[in-house]
Design a protein around this ligand. Structure first.
Ligand code: SF4
Length: 111
């Protein structure tokens, strides 16, 4: 996830000045269209594509591993917060020893 944010920032840092420089060479209505097209095509669309690929690649880890039911798992980064490592379907950083189940509403009811 950090990689997606990093490259989005880099593309933004390159695109915005380039579009700004183009302002002096292109007339306004066309410049506006080119600006929006560039911002979408160079910054937004690739970020969306990369985010979808990231989710697709990590879908199994996010949905069906022991980590996916653990309180120490950050689904947005696919990261074990306790061990600061990225679990996969074949690799659990704690090997199950530090697993702490997410409590459900049903578990919280006291009798
Ligand atoms: S503590 Fe263990 S089970 Fe929980 S997220 Fe980390 S590696 Fe997964």
């Amino acid at each position: 996830m950090g990689e997606i944010v990093f490259w989005t920032i880099i593309r933004t840092a390159l695109t915005i000045p380039a579009v700004w420089i183009l302002k002096d060479y292109i007339q306004n209505p066309l410049w506006t269209i080119i600006s929006f097209a560039s911002i979408y095509g160079i910054i937004i669309h690739p970020a969306i594509i990369h985010y979808r690929l990231f989710n697709e690649k990590n879908k199994e880890t996010i949905e069906s591993t022991l980590c996916s039911t653990c309180t120490k798992f950050d689904k947005t980064a696919v990261l074990c917060i306790l061990h600061d490592e990225h679990p996969t379907k074949d690799f659990l950083p704690c090997e199950g020893f530090d697993w702490e189940p997410i409590s459900t509403e049903k578990d919280d009811i006291s009798y």
